[in-house]
Design a protein around this ligand. Structure first.
Ligand code: NAP
Length: 488
């Protein structure tokens, strides 16, 4: 099978940090079809060789096993090409057309990794240049819009010229091995299904914590904020993976139908819940890695008067028969105490205690997404230090133990990273791990009341860099009698 992968934004941050390394790993693993071209597109005037040198210079900065040897890079570089285009100029698309017609590849992937403001224009011009044939697939990066109306406008423009089956809206969290294993664990095994419900689960916590600040992306982040950057997409996709019913088969639409139902079942916001169950914060100066770091408003590119949230904590519920009454907590932020992304499913305690157990110890399933991928099942087991006292066996004491599946250790170098998995899926035309337009709209619909109410409230609550966010986040969960995992 031959393919052309056109990377709009081929010199950008995403291309450099994620896409090129993922394509190289796919090449190294032998999974990339041999007969392929990867065409970087941007406005700089570069030859193919200059583009290859640019990519090589960036790979040279990579440490460890992920860095290609000179021989490996030379082979990979033979796939790389460059096309100078200004995507806002319709005339430039004729040159893209000429390049693609050189060989009429079986599959043409157009990966739109440029500013979201260009998405509509790019898709319209692809069509105007006659490049939207049946073999064309278009990948759209997030964020797709900044609210429901703008998301609908982009999707309407896209769907006018492309069939939904040609559109790959990427959410790289769905490509993470641990998320795919969450699906496998739930729908490939019978073990958890009987207890995957309100009668057995006390609460679910989703944490996506970053210890870094906004780095060099202050200007972008200040227009976006944590709700749009992380909650509307990544966190809600994780909610779907946890909450969805078993699909009738493994086809993309069967899976996406079930995810859509979860989004539709999320409890709508009310004035009361907007006040009590939606906390936002913004980091101030603090300590990270033992060093003083500036507050958000002092970061380069950020408005010194900014009201943009760098932290969000939400409490919601999936209002259906399986989940009614089970609190679902979502928390994400920058400059938090550690880099840690995980889902915790906390099970209810035993109905009657015959053992002594440490306070608050319960069974829980932890799906680790970052920094390591893996699953942990927290059990209570017989402690090994029971002593006889006064000639009697003391009441049996339990201690927490973990059954640990660490994908890095288990699968090592064979492990396929998120972008690698998703890029291969696009080339192969598999839509299972991509987001359909109605799912995306429903997610925007759910976050829209938060956007609206935050536009006119008192602003985000301050929290010191290097902590777990404003104390109101802990107070929110404590009102239900629970606590975040690091407080347990
Ligand atoms: P970036 O570093 O600013 O790169 C933008 C790329 O687009 C550059 O190659 C730029 O090259 C090119 N470009 C801009 N205007 C162009 C035009 N008119 N014609 C042709 N090329 C043009 O942005 P990024 O961080 O890579 O982000 C790209 C997209 O991915 C955005 O939608 C972003 O939201 C999304 N995303 C990024 C990340 C990330 O970690 N970076 C993560 C998730 C999603 P020239 O300026 O030289 O033309």
């Amino acid at each position: 099978m031959s393919f052309d992968l056109v990377l709009f934004g081929g010199t950008g941050d995403l291309a450099w940090r994620k896409l090129m390394p993922a394509l190289f790993q796919a090449f190294r693993h032998g999974s990339l079809p041999k007969d392929g071209r990867i065409v970087g597109v941007a406005r700089d005037d570069l030859s193919d060789d200059q583009y290859r040198e640019l990519i090589q210079s960036r790979f040279n900065a990579v440490e460890g096993a992920k860095r290609p040897s000179a021989e490996e890079f030379e082979k990979f570089a033979s796939l790389l090409h460059y096309l100078r285009m200004d995507l806002s100029k319709p005339a430039d698309y004729a040159r893209l057309s000429d390049l693609l017609k050189q060989r009429n590849a079986d599959t043409v992937v157009m990966y739109v990794a440029t500013a979201p403001a260009l998405f509509t224009q790019v898709v319209e011009q692809i069509a105007a240049a006659g490049l939207n044939g049946p073999s064309t697939r278009v990948v759209l990066e997030k964020p797709l819009g900044h609210d429901l109306a703008s998301n609908r406008a982009i999707n309407a423009a896209v769907c006018k010229v492309l069939d939904e089956k040609q559109v790959f809206r990427i959410d790289h969290y769905l490509g993470k091995p641990s998320v795919q294993n969450l699906f496998a664990m739930r729908f490939g095994n019978a073990l958890f299904e009987p207890i995957w419900r309100r009668e057995h689960i006390a609460n679910i916590q989703i944490t996506i914590a970053e210890d870094l600040g906004v780095e060099k992306r202050g200007a972008f982040y200040d227009q976006t904020g944590a709700l749009r950057d992380m909650v509307q997409n990544h966190a809600l996709q994780l909610v779907c993976a946890i909450g969805m019913e078993p699909p009738i088969n493994s086809h993309a639409d069967a899976i996406r139908d079930e995810k859509l139902k979860v989004l539709r079942a999320l409890k709508p916001w009310t004035p009361e819940t907007l006040g009590l169950h939606a906390i936002r914060g913004q980091y101030t100066a603090g300590t990270a890695y033992g060093e003083r770091v500036p507050g958000y408003k002092d970061e380069p590119g950020v408005d010194p008067e900014s009201r943009t949230e760098t932290f969000v904590a939400l409490r919601t519920e999936i209002a259906n028969w399986r989940w009614a009454g089970v609190p679902l907590y979502i928390r994400t932020g920058k400059r938090l105490a550690s880099r840690d992304a995980r889902i915790e499913v906390n099970f209810r305690p035993t109905p009657h205690a015959i053992y002594r157990a440490p306070a608050g110890a319960v069974n829980k399933l932890v799906i680790n997404l970052q920094p390591r991928d893996g699953l942990e099942l927290h059990m209570l087991a017989q402690a090994q230090d029971n002593r006889r006292s006064n000639g009697h066996q003391s009441a049996a004491q339990l201690a927490p133990v973990q059954l640990d599946l660490d994908f890095d250790k288990r699968f090592g170098a064979e492990r396929v990273g998120a972008y690698e998995r998703l890029l291969l899926d696009v080339i192969d035309g598999r839509l299972n791990l991509f987001v359909r337009s109605d799912e995306q709209e429903e997610a925007w619909r759910w976050v829209e009341p938060l956007i609206d109410s935050w536009a006119s409230d008192g602003g985000p609550r301050p929290y010191a860099a290097g902590t777990w966010g404003p104390s109101a986040s802990s107070a929110m969960i404590a009102r239900d009698g629970f606590s975040w995992s690091e407080e347990q």
